[in-house]
Design a protein around this ligand. Structure first.
Ligand code: TYM
Length: 336
């Protein structure tokens, strides 16, 4: 084994800088990454190539990519222990993405829920990138031969397609890619909108009262929880089918405090929803406070952020290059 590659299992994941990071991005993904840096070899990136599948304002995309890096670090991803990089800096992603497009079937790409949702929302811009997005995501993953891909529930289908593409490729050319597993948190894998608990809390929509972003001020967080949709039963009880609003708030509270659903039901027995919502809001304020404060500091230090993404790109490229040249050899390209 190469001396630069340790024997630890590998983890990899990414987030599109297409909007502000939300409580959902944090609980569904980043928190799960930050807890594991000591036991895994970790690669986390800003998926800017993916972000342009939906039209972006260039200045906003650039700003959000750097803010996202600052937020990764503020959430506890130490750049010394995790390889943090910007996807477009490692050109092997786009190159392997092309190759894998040739091993991803039209039918399977057409069945992807995210494609169907985004196509419905952006009827005027159903572009080729949106359709072939999962092949690029498969490339992001397979380049680093990870054991686990920590994502929220909504990305599980893409990781499963990645496994299918990898198996198909391995079947034709022999063992090339390690088959990765999705790694989904038990609590927080699907944080829902506070105003419409049938929809996931999403980062892409501007000014959405149903979402909490990592940089929200405490008073805004408390106000949003105060207005969160509940039901008319006036009982704090976990039942996502009939009580989606309260169950979502319980999930958030459980993730923020570590309490079980049974403990939460006991804690708030006989309590009104007003008190419960205030307590959930306060727990989220305390959960996010250090992240917001640290991100605000880091974002001012452009030189530091640049040193992190340069170093990350170098480390990521080293691994990505090796996998890509193996793939090129296997498919029959003439080496240079
Ligand atoms: P993205 O950018 O939509 O979301 C980033 C991560 O956050 C999780 N997440 C949520 N989890 C719980 N509740 C929510 N409301 C919520 N909203 C978002 C997502 O599941 C995801 O883990 N295609 C990916 C980005 C990507 C990627 C990759 C991920 C590109 N290449 C390679 C893993 C590996 C995406 O759009 O995630």
């Amino acid at each position: 084994m190469d001396e630069k590659q340790s024997k630890k299992p590998v983890m990899l994941s990414g987030i599109k800088p297409s909007g502000e990071l939300t409580l959902g991005s944090y609980l569904g993904a980043i928190r799960n990454w930050a807890e594991r840096a000591n036991d895994y070899d970790c690669y986390y990136f800003m998926a800017d190539l993916h972000a342009i599948t939906v039209r972006q304002n260039p200045a906003d995309l650039r700003r959000r990519t750097l803010e996202q890096l600052a937020q990764y670090i503020a959430c506890g991803l130490d750049p010394q222990k995790n390889t943090l990089f910007i996807q477009s800096h490692v050109h092997e992603h786009a190159e392997l993405g092309w190759v894998l497009n040739c091993y991803a079937m039209f039918g399977e790409l057409s069945r992807m829920t995210q494609f169907k949702d985004k196509a419905a929302k952006n009827a005027e811009n159903i572009n080729g990138g949106l359709f072939t997005y999962p092949s690029l995501m498969a490339a992001d993953i397979l380049l680093y031969q990870p054991d686990f891909v920590p994502v929220g529930e909504d990305q599980k289908q893409h990781v499963e397609l990645t496994r299918d593409i990898a198996n198909r490729f391995n079947g034709v050319y022999g063992e090339t890619f390690k088959i990765p597993q999705p790694f989904i948190p038990k609590i927080g894998a699907r944080v829902m909108s506070l105003v419409d608990p049938s929809k996931k809390m999403s980062k892409s929509e501007d000014e959405d009262p149903g979402r909490i972003i990592l940089m929200d001020k405490p008073e805004d967080i408390l106000r949003r929880f105060k207005r969160a949709v509940t039901d008319s039963e006036a009982q704090v009880r976990f039942d996502p089918e009939t009580k989606p609003g309260i169950s979502n708030l319980m999930t958030i509270y459980a993730a923020a405090t570590g309490s079980s659903f049974a403990q939460i039901e006991a804690e708030f027995a006989g309590c009104g929803y007003g008190d419960f919502k205030r307590k959930v809001g306060e727990a989220v304020v305390e959960l996010l406070r250090p992240i917001r404060e640290e991100s605000a500091k880091l974002i001012r230090d452009k030189a530091y952020l640049e040193s992190v993404y340069r170093d990350g790109a170098q480390r990521a490229s080293y691994i990505a290059r090796r996998t890509l040249s193996k793939v090129y050899r296997k498919v029959g390209f003439v080496g240079l």
